[in-house]
Design a protein around this ligand. Structure first.
Ligand SMILES: *Cc1c(COP(=O)(O)O)cnc(C)c1O
Length: 476
């Protein structure tokens, strides 16, 4: 275990030496004074720098190497987008500044809103939500407000396919809906017959991501939309998987009424580590009167001003959303352009299919045929043969310098490993991962003990995963 910065502390060591100012100390009333000195580490600048640089080397991110974490779109984020977010005109402003002093920032918000509406095929959009799940909750709140406003008080059921991301049923429950689960077909698509049985006059909406978390595009989407709309419900699109289809198809054209996007997956903000993120929600005009918070519009004089929707559901968070994340998304969209956005999606799908094709003769890929941006492998057979689990494979990948894929998700596949390479990875990187995974397959049969002992290259190896999440011990 490495030393903490507190262990390196030596009384009197400093990073700076400030000259005495020569004035009398101001008298601070005793009630505002500490009774004991704050316990702060005292270290020299060089030790401080080394401490944090060495810690940062133990972290692993997209800037270190391959990170095929399925459902998370851990793609490389161009640095030019960070540069845009660092511009003083975006960075050194305050949310309480009068709008006439921040016209550029409002113009940026308005432009991003329009681009995201265009990309999703929606009529209106809010930039307020701070994450994907927060966007889901926002969109479901819009749907709820709409239904109540139209006297549809009995519509309290939300239909969620069993391949959904875990946040979907959670958001539905938080919004006060009852979740109706619809099982998938063996191909990983929505089972139309079971869907027909599930809808009724109590259906509020369907929550769907397309492509879904199995990496499959549901080609029956028009029929699905007709079934839901025919029963008087609405359609909500979980757009966290938009990386596979942006610039190619639009949720609005598929029949969806509302959508959230994960700017911290698809649009140039790193994902993970607790944020900041952004989950804008777009909607068709029927839901626009309920949009939360502040939106931007142009007044009669052509100046940008903040606006609130007529029947707004209220604020979903403070102020205007994670503004700088929005700037990165705007920069990303503007640097790629319409063609670049489409090309990114095409390459994401191409890379996932390349990886799947190279691996499918070694590992079992349960959902056959072309995948979208990600695919799932099932290691149940390997576990039966060798005792090696999906988790063991993931741990050995760490020793090989590759971040593990998503494990044990989606829940409909046992011993699942879910890989999403993204468009930014080169053929060499993908070939290297194929080689690593094939080597691990051989090791599972020949030297399983090595896999059971992995990882050996990390500060800690195999914590109790549940306890590590629920009660993390972050100090030695
Ligand atoms: C990541 C993800 C979400 C949730 O997004 P957060 O920003 O993590 O809340 C929802 N749905 C799908 C399909 C996702 O991949």
């Amino acid at each position: 275990m490495s030393e903490l910065i507190f262990d390196k502390s030596r009384s009197g060591r400093r990073c700076t030496a400030i000259p005495k100012c020569g004035l009398d100390e101001a008298a601070i009333p005793p009630e505002f004074k500490r009774s004991e000195k704050a316990s702060l580490p005292e270290v020299a600048e060089v030790d401080l720098t080394r401490h944090y640089v060495n810690l940062s080397r133990k972290a692993y991110g997209v800037d270190n190497g391959f990170y095929p974490l399925g459902s998370c779109t851990m793609k490389y984020n161009p640095k030019v987008d960070e540069d845009a977010a660092e511009l003083r005109g975006f960075n050194d402003i305050h949310p309480l500044q009068p709008s006439y002093t921040v016209q550029g920032a409002l113009y940026a918000m308005d432009t991003l809103t329009k681009y995201l509406c265009e990309i999703t095929g929606m009529d209106a959009l809010t930039l307020q939500p701070a994450a994907g799940a927060h966007g889901e909750f926002t969109a479901l709140s819009l749907i709820k407000a709409y239904l109540l406003d139209h006297g549809e008080t009995k519509r309290d059921k939300l239909i969620v396919p069993d391949s959904a991301h875990g946040t979907n049923p959670a958001s539905a429950a938080m919004c006060g809906f009852t979740v109706i689960n619809v099982p998938s077909t063996p191909e990983g698509l929505v089972d139309i017959e079971l869907l027909k049985n599930a809808v009724g006059d109590d259906t509020a909406a369907l929550m769907l991501t397309n492509p879904n978390t199995a990496g499959k595009f549901d080609i029956n989407i028009k029929e699905i939309a007709d079934i839901i709309h025919g029963a008087g419900g609405l359609l909500y699109y979980d757009g966290a998987n938009l990386n596979a289809v942006m610039g190619i198809v639009r949720p609005g054209d598929m029949g969806f009424d509302a959508v959230h996007l994960n700017l911290h997956k698809t649009f140039a903000t790193p994902h993970g580590g607790g944020g900041p993120g952004s989950g804008p929600v777009g909607c068709k005009s029927i839901l626009a009167p309920y949009l939360p918070g502040y939106t931007v519009k142009k007044d009669a004089d052509g100046k940008f001003v903040f606006d609130r929707a007529e029947k707004t559901i209220g604020m979903m968070r403070s102020f205007y959303g994670n503004f700088l994340v929005c700037i990165k998304a705007l920069s990303y969209i503007m640097t790629l352009g319409a063609e670049g956005i489409r090309e990114a999606a095409e390459n994401a799908v191409l890379n996932a299919n390349y990886l799947m094709e190279k691996l499918k003769d070694t590992y079992d890929v349960p959902f056959k045929g072309t995948c979208m941006h990600e695919f799932v492998m099932c290691l149940e057979g390997l576990k039966k043969e060798t005792g090696i689990t999906a988790s063991d494979v993931a741990k050995e990948l760490i020793d090989m310098g590759i971040h593990p894929p998503t494990m044990y998700f989606p829940l409909i596949v046992h011993e699942a490993l879910m890989l999403e390479p993204t468009e930014t990875e080169s053929r060499e990187t993908l070939d290297n991962a194929v080689e690593a995974l094939k080597k691990i397959y051989v090791m599972a049969h020949e030297t399983p003990d090595i896999l059971k002992a992995a990882p050996k290259t990390t500060p800690i190896g195999r914590p109790d995963e549940t306890t590590a999440v629920r009660h993390p011990v972050l100090r030695a």
